[in-house]
Design a protein around this ligand. Structure first.
Ligand code: ZN
Length: 208
């Protein structure tokens, strides 16, 4: 005789909202949505959220350090200058590259900072078992901002610029470059550990 399955044994697909029957998973087993193929459950799900919380906290501290310490100083034809991330962006603006300057500002300063704030908020809510407001919107914003984190690209570009500038004058790394590299690494690790799918399921549970 077929007995009805209790509702707590059903999971909802975060992408297409199809119902999927929950079951115990062995190591290396995944539960996928039968309709759209989205991964709904894996043995590691949820375990990485506290790590992402710690990383996003560290990332926010590193963001302040990377933006307040000079990255490099150079002297070319008797002209000496010390550069922060911000001074480079302002320089582009003053030279008439408004669009480029806005793009660099968004990808190197605004988007990474906002991304870390959204990850921090969502992970903190999960770790502290809180149903904070706007979690669903926060998770959507995090998904959009994830691909706009170009701090690692900026760090590599600084290295390339130094090589080019050395042919014109003397260039010296400043302590800020160390913070920029750590900041870039911290963001990359946060993206790896941030379990957005588990958090979407957490928000969906609240709505049921
Ligand atoms: Zn699905």
């Amino acid at each position: 005789m077929n007995r009805p399955i209790p509702t707590e044994l059903w999971l909802q697909c975060p992408r297409c909202h199809a119902e999927c029957r929950d079951r115990k998973l062995a190591k290396n087993e995944y539960l996928r949505c039968a309709r759209c193929g989205e991964e709904i459950k894996s043995p590691l799900v949820g375990r990485t959220i506290p790590v992402a919380w710690a990383l996003s906290t560290t990332g926010l501290i590193l963001m302040v350090l990377a933006n307040t310490y000079p990255i490099m100083s150079f002297s070319i034809a008797g002209n000496s200058q010390t550069n922060l991330i911000y001074t480079g962006i302002a320089g582009l603006w003053l030279q008439g590259y408004g669009l480029l300057s806005a793009l660099v500002f968004f990808c190197v300063m605004a988007a990474p900072a906002l991304y870390l704030v959204t990850v921090w908020y969502a992970c903190a809510a999960w770790c502290l078992h809180r149903r904070w407001r706007g979690l669903h919107t926060i998770l959507n914003i995090a998904a959009i901002l994830e691909s706009w984190n170009l701090v690692p690209v900026f760090a590599v570009a600084c290295g390339v610029a130094t090589v080019k500038l050395r042919t014109l004058g003397s260039v010296r790394w400043e302590v800020g470059v160390f913070w920029v590299i750590l900041y870039a690494l911290c963001i990359l690790l946060t993206i790896q550990f941030f379990d957005r799918k588990k958090l979407i399921l957490y928000v969906e549970e609240e709505r049921l």
